[in-house]
Design a protein around this ligand. Sequence first.
Ligand code: EPU
Length: 433
Amino acid sequence: MDRYLIRGGKPLNGEVEISGAKNAAVAIIPATLMVEGVCRIENIPQISDVTLLLNILEEMGAEIRTINRNTLDIDCSMVNRTTAPFELMRKIRASYYLIGAELGRFGRAEVAMPGGCDFGVRPIDQHIKGFNALGASVEVKNGMVYAEAKDGLVGGTVYLDVVSVGATMNIMMAATLAPGKTTIENAAREPHIVDLANFLNSMGADIRGAGTSVIRVYGAGKLTGGFYSIIPDQIEAGTYMCAVAAAGGEVLIKNVIPKHLDCITQKLIEMGVSVTDLDEAVLVRRDKPLQRVNVKTMPYPGFPTDMQPQIVTTLLKAEGISIVTESVWDSRYKYVDELKKMGAQIQVDGKTAIIEGVECLTGAPIAACDLRAGAAMVIAGLCASGETIVEQIHYIERGYEDIVGKFQALGADIELLRDPMDPESKPVLRAIS
Ligand code: EPU
């Protein structure tokens, strides 16, 4: 099985470049389905979720050309199929964006129920509510979502009962080409929502208010090709910030939008970490003991749920008892048992974790149980004494580009041990064609 071997206890020093945002890329790539012409997209992260989506688009008839490591030309003009292999679609959460994009382009969609990380129940009722408001009927059966707007989609109003990133983006996509005005109320406000709106607007859409809780979409006649660069990944940047806080050292984290990191920066400052905002970078330094804090995850601009495992792991190095409350997902503490193998003192009660700072974590064989939990396992290994083996790293490769190379460049002793017999073992890079 592929795994990482980490010999922990070394501080991190140097510079790291953050890749394009996963959760923007996995929406923008399906959105190219609605564009007539070539979309040149820059700053695409080299991660396996992106590779999967590109394979899905190719199966549907898209032409994809690699321009350089992080830039692709995607042309979906020739796509005439509304479905792709079930096995590819069900592996990834973001395949649900194919529903909005296909409905927008063809007025019908056939997409596998989304997979992705297991945090308990992950419903899509708010997506369906939105598609219904635009005139589509939606049926879920045999693990598939079938959506159809027999008379075409038309603008409508939808009030989201829960603040959902996926539903906001999916409804925005479906509405882009629907005649009339669509209003999404109680919309999510994450940076990747603004990025998707900016992408669609740069291709000819008319979407206003993204980044606020009311988004208005005025149906565009058509979208035409163009150039777009994806924003830097807020969560990847936050993960490196936590790694420096936990392991110590000084790191310049480049290619970030400091404003997007405020929610993480402020918490780290409260813990005694020095964080300096620069133009497109943050300088993070930890040279004194960490202080305990309380954290509650919330939709943006609150503290991101996708940083919860990383902050919990960092708090193991703080003096005193910290309390973390997970308010977005029902079940996002499965990784805690792995940390306990390293000597962590954490008690979980429902949505709350009580974390007691420990003198030292000790290396152990541990496993990633989802993407962000996997990143937290790496952080734990970096600040533990002795050797840590992290298994199930395919979860981590879903969302972190070259995590091993990036940490090695910061002085960490981490290596990738590839197992050619592991069915999940394959490089995520696309061949240049
Ligand atoms: N929800 C509903 N009904 C819906 C949709 C969501 O009840 O129709 C609930 C969920 O059960 C959850 C809450 O609303 O309690 C928020 O879910 P949301 O829809 O915002 O999550 P998502 O779109 O499925 C995206 C990210 C996740 C991230 C969440 C929250 C992608 C592909 N995934 O998921 O990212 O945790 O937003 O910010 O964008 C990750 O990157 O590791 C990751 C899991």
